[in-house]
Design a binder for this molecule. Structure first.
Ligand code: MOS
Length: 723
């Protein structure tokens, strides 16, 4: 048998993708469509005082202009205002208020895309503008402390007093914007009372429920189609306003309507990673054992929505500490509501934690890996809940061996090479193991072909492939005998493709379905003779519909599957603490004269339970680490504090790593068996790769230069003036 679980199987959808046969949401042709274009606000706070349509109305082919003056007929109490799976907490076009720069204020619909854009350009929107408070430090921000999210154990102040060495510092992280290759888009087609929406989605079930509530129709009337997604990373996990807007426009105009959101508009009409300000206090005895850990975050959000990622809930579980205290404050500003972006909580907060651990190692004059070893634990320190498994130090050992950490000379600047200042740094990566209830239908017939159907999603991650592997294993087939259908709300409800939950959830439920099929056929995957068992069964095909809910789910969580409940459990829970772990090592080279920062080597080792596919897993880890490199050195959404406008709303000025930035990046896997996390033993790997990378690089920058940069991105200008 080839290509079963664990094998380095190439993506089964790879050929379709390179041949252009894989249809992304905007690729679906619909008959006789109209085209929509968004008009976004050019003030950062205030109200619309008038919309002059006269110029726009002269454009041939213009069909309609929607705005608060001509609303779309969305429900006033739909999902946007009542919460749920929507990205913002207010209805579009409900009134003249403008809450941030770049908010959708009108939508133009025309016969073709050029006419729509031309008319949008000619629309004159008048505003009364107020000065926005759009960034940290602005006047008029509204901080909201969230005590319910805070953790506390032990006497933190006494623990800090007892420390022989301590760091008490602040770290800042910048706002980041998703720039998936695939743009946001929505195509809406009505057929009588039934609506089909082609929209890139990380959660077709949630989108279906959200659209239905916005349109005031039954969810059964809505079908969401999203078989392929050109990069999600959290950015396609919540429902954006433009999707129900397009559906409503199609209903009003009685024609299919198609919308592409431009790259520029994607910066403000979709979600993003908000900037944070964090304070860390970390103390240790002379032997390195941590006494106290305090981590507090301030995160920017919109005026109406309280959205925080609260990463200290995770950082507080990482190491030994006699006392722990965390806190989080949502700082309301004139900005759009942030949202999920790869390892939303961990990416900013582990930059702070892992920088602080390195700073403390310096003060203690202790090897930073040794310091982490001395604080390695079997149970998290807040409530003493045991880990299901934890292979953190094995990750440090494996990646450190490959990296050559034994040659580490801690003296700052000791590794200079000609004009290049060389530095080494390391950091912990971790990500909570999470899962959610899901269902699956498995069809298997006498020709030895199987078909797996689940409303799950492949964001480019390899989901099609690992799902086929799971079914192949469960039915005793070759992988190429398994077909997989994903990304359609007509399929059995799957999970949201977020929180690195998909593989663990899908494989757990597929195992159940396949076991039942084997039982009913009276065989096992090891000894199946397909034709013979079907002949004995007396039927040419068999189907199983299975549901699975992870341990820790609420009672009747399976029922929630049919009501678009998110249902995510895992991570720090009552019974167990479940995390995947990793260790990342970075080498940086900083030019003595120009201060150019290069990262010639970035090595990570990860332990995430059972690995379904070595090849796609490696890609996930590498992709995460490369994004971590961007987080460390490049990515920043630049907000003009005067207007609240995004100044670099394009992919030439929003800098991300390209080939020349990515040098020797390696991902290694520490074998790990975890029988407690879920029946499949899978921890999830989609997000962990980016966690800690920025700290490993910042720690290496310090080692090279002696400059401790406590913010990301770290830029040339941060390193001028020494050495
Ligand atoms: Mo992930 S940011 O939970 O899609």
């Amino acid at each position: 048998m080839t290509g079963r679980i664990g094998a380095a199987v190439s993506r089964i959808d790879a050929r379709k993708k390179v041949m252009g046969e894989a249809r992304y949401a905007a690729d679906f042709a619909v008959p006789n469509p109209l085209y929509a274009h968004l008009v976004t606000s050019t003030i950062g706070r205030g109200a619309i005082t008038g919309i002059d349509e006269s110029e726009a109305r002269t454009v041939p082919g213009l069909r309609e202009i929607f705005s608060h003056a001509n609303p779309l007929g969305l429900e006033p109490d739909g999902m946007f205002s009542t919460g749920g799976h929507a990205q913002q907490g207010w209805e579009p076009f409900a009134g003249p208020d403008v809450r941030f720069y770049g908010e959708t204020v009108a939508m133009v619909v025309a016969d073709d895309i050029l006419a729509a854009r031309e008319a949008a350009k000619r629309l004159r929107v008048a505003y009364s503008a107020e000065a926005p408070a759009a960034v940290f430090g602005a006047e008029g921000l509204e901080p909201e402390e969230l005590p319910d999210m805070a953790l506390s154990s032990g006497d933190l102040d006494a623990a800090m007093e007892a420390a022989a060495e301590r760091v008490e510092v602040e770290y800042d992280t910048a706002a980041n914007t998703h720039n998936a290759m695939e743009l946001f888009a929505t195509t809406a087609v009505w057929s009588g009372k039934d609506l089909t929406l082609y929209v890139p989605s990380q959660w077709v079930e949630g989108f279906r429920a959200g659209v239905a509530s916005e349109l005031g129709i039954a969810p059964e009337r809505v079908r969401i189609v999203s078989p392929y997604v050109g990069g999600g990373f959290g950015g396609k996990g919540s429902l954006y306003t433009f999707t129900p807007m397009v559906a409503a426009a199609a209903r009003r105009l009685n024609r299919p309507v198609k919308l592409y959101v431009t790259r520029e508009q994607g910066f403000t009409t979709a979600s993003y990673r908000a900037e944070t300000q964090q304070s860390v206090r970390l103390g240790a005895r002379a032997d390195g054992r941590f006494t106290g850990f305090e981590h507090k975050g301030r995160e920017l959000s919109s005026r109406p929505d309280t959205y925080v990622v609260n990463g200290a809930d995770k950082t507080a579980r990482m190491y030994h500490a006699d006392a722990v205290r965390t806190g989080v404050t949502c700082v309301h500003a004139d900005r759009q509501t942030p949202g999920f972006m790869r390892a939303p909580a961990e990416t900013p907060y582990y930059f702070a934690l892992e920088s602080a651990v390195d700073e403390l190692a310096r003060r203690l004059e202790m090897d930073p890996v040794e310091l982490r070893r001395r604080n390695d634990i079997d149970a998290e320190p807040v409530n003493g809940v045991p880990y299901t498994s934890r292979s953190l130090m094995e990750c440090y050992d494996m990646a450190g061996e490959a990296f050559g950490w034994r040659d580490y000379d801690p003296a700052v600047g000791s590794m200079r090479d000609g004009d290049w200042l060389v530095g080494w740094g390391c950091a912990t990566a971790a990500y909570p193991t999470q899962m959610a209830p899901c269902a699956v239908r498995v069809h298997f017939d006498r020709t030895g072909r199987a078909r797996v159907m689940v409303a799950s999603h492949d964001l480019g991650t390899g989901a099609y492939t690992v799902i086929a592997q799971a079914a192949a294993e469960g039915l005793g087939l070759e992988v190429d005998r398994v077909e997989v259908e994903l990304g359609d709300s007509r399929l059995p409800p799957g999970t949201i493709a977020g929180g690195s939950i998909s593989t663990a959830s899908n494989v757990s439920v597929i195992q159940i379905a396949c076991e039942r099929i084997m039982q009913r056929l009276g065989t096992t995957p090891e000894r199946i003779d397909v034709a013979a068992v079907f002949d004995a069964f007396g039927q040419g095909a068999i189907e199983e519909y299975a549901e699975w809910a992870p341990r820790g789910s609420r009672p009747n969580a399976r029922g929630g599957l049919y009501g678009a409940e998110v249902g995510i459990v895992g991570g720090p829970e009552e019974e167990y603490t479940a995390f995947a772990f990793g260790a990342e090592y970075a080498e940086v080279r900083i030019n003595r004269w120009t201060r150019e920062i290069r990262v010639p080597r970035l090595y990570g080792a990860f332990a995430a339970g059972r690995i379904m596919n070595e090849k796609t897993a490696t890609s996930q880890y590498l992709g995460g680490m490369i994004w971590g490199l961007g987080h460390a050195l490049q990515e920043k959404t630049e907000i003009d504090p005067r207007t609240g406008a995004v100044m670099n709303d394009n992919i030439s000025e929003y800098i991300v790593p390209v080939n020349a930035d990515v040098m020797d990046v390696r991902a290694m896997m520490v074998p790990e068996e975890d029988t407690l996390v879920n029946p499949a033993g899978i921890k999830g790997i989609g997000e962990i790769g980016i966690v800690g990378t920025a700290a490993a690089i910042a720690n290496a920058v310090h080692h090279a230069t002696g400059i401790r940069v406590r913010h990301v991105p770290i830029r040339v200008e941060d390193l001028i003036g020494t050495g």
